[in-house]
Design a binder for this molecule. Sequence first.
Ligand SMILES: Cc1cc2nc3c(=O)[nH]c(=O)nc-3n(C[C@H](O)[C@H](O)[C@H](O)COP(=O)(O)OP(=O)(O)OC[C@H]3O[C@@H](n4cnc5c(N)ncnc54)[C@H](O)[C@@H]3O)c2cc1C
Length: 505
Amino acid sequence: MSKPYDMVIIGSGMGGLCSAYILSKEGYKVCVLEKNRQLGGNLQIFSRNKAIFDTGVHYMGGLAEGQNLNQYFKYFGLLEKLNLKQLDIDGFDHVSFKGDNNTYKHAQGYAHFVEVLSQQFPEERQNLIAYIKKIQEVCDSFPLYRIQNKSYDIFTKYLEIDTKAFLQSITKNVKLQNVLGATNLLYAGEANKTPLFVHALVVNSYIESSWRCVGGGGQIAKHLADSIKQMGGAIFNYSEATKFHFSGNEIKEVELIDGRKIAGKNFICNTDLSKALKMVGNEGNLRKAYTNRISNLENTMSVFVLYLTFKKNTMPYFNYNIYHHAEDVWDAINCPDEKDFPKGYAVFPQIAESPNHPDSLIVMCYMRYDEVKKWAHTKHIIPNYEQERGADYEAFKQEKSEKIIHALQHHFPDIKKNILSVHASTPLTYRDYIGTTDGNMYGIAKDYKDPARTFITPRTKIPNLLFTGQNITLHGILGVTVSSVVTCSEFVDRGKLIKDIQSAT
Ligand SMILES: Cc1cc2nc3c(=O)[nH]c(=O)nc-3n(C[C@H](O)[C@H](O)[C@H](O)COP(=O)(O)OP(=O)(O)OC[C@H]3O[C@@H](n4cnc5c(N)ncnc54)[C@H](O)[C@@H]3O)c2cc1C
């Protein structure tokens, strides 16, 4: 049997790759196992009709000099390698509503954010200042978000405040409440559920500064993987982990779908939590109360995504995103009846490396897994599982796509005649490519009413099994980067690690 790796990381999502990078840099012998051909999980890209499409990173925040993701990316050797484009300073997100001809803009920079919205809501200036102040105060109570090695109470009061109720407390102006909550697709926000800290950590980062990865976010995975290999780490694609084998109460090896066994001293799961517990099985002697708690956690909503390519120069790149809602921005997640679909959506123009690329757009709207459950027995992951889901599935996708394209005429009246090709993904696509149970967007759903239950620590009840990724701390590129620091701090001195990150150039 070959020598065990110090760390076997299952899953090459952003959290898995960042953990592999940190641990390799700290001298551990690391191995990353990825079930797919392409590394990166939600960083994966694909191409249709020569256009490159992102599947799970449409824009990132905090990448300007002196901001948090900028400093983290310097540490990971990413910043200088990525081709980044800053979105419009005066409005990186444009918010619009059915039956309202105004466009409400979220601008970059705290003061500028207040200034731009105050032009449309002049009487709300003080309330907007209070909103921005509170958002920053919440972020300050999460030291790793600010790259600080301070101890903190994880059960801070901000875990127990509902986002919608918070916005109602900020202003009585219902339109402004909706404008501030309009980007809730970024965190699958639910009324009377999503805690304020989720809203604050996500929107703050984009208000600080907003960026798109030119040519797609797949380059993040590529550069991280190259660095891990240069530091001596091993990365295997087509390596789906299926079962842990134990020696006493510790895991000694993980078995892969093709029967290979990879031995390790420690195992870090970057996968869906309930799938990780499945790999543990009964051998792990986990207490029923623990497995029940993890398995019964509710996941965030899933998504239907439309990918459009256009005839040349008919849909030139615009440097912002669009969030459109019927009226109440918290209603879109309730996935309405057929006739109301889509009640809310987000539009992200894809930016290409080369000017010769076709014009393209990505449109995202909520979709329940239930809607595609009747095709759940099919599996489609190129190139290993290419099962057709059937003509009725294709018809379902086409019907949804047409409804979205019809709705998009609100912004682009000529859109129909300019489309070159239409492609779509459903919750089943995310389920299969990411390996979740239900194609959820952002892992488990946090709930302000029971924050302790949805707060997952990286250590499990098995001494050498840990978790990383979007279920630890927070989802999103920044969230999972922080989660890798939280997980790796179980092996590496956190103080030293934070100093290394703070001093990276
Ligand atoms: C539609 C959508 C849009 C998004 N947009 C943005 C955005 O604009 N900005 C932003 O910051 N964030 C965005 N996010 C969120 C962000 O992409 C994710 O939070 C983040 O990438 C998750 O990283 P992760 O480390 O948890 O791993 P994941 O991306 O969940 O990857 C897990 C990996 O594990 C692998 N795996 C699973 N099971 C096994 C197994 N048994 N054996 C081996 N490998 C396995 C999977 O194949 C996958 O590669 C978006 C997400 C979605 C779904």
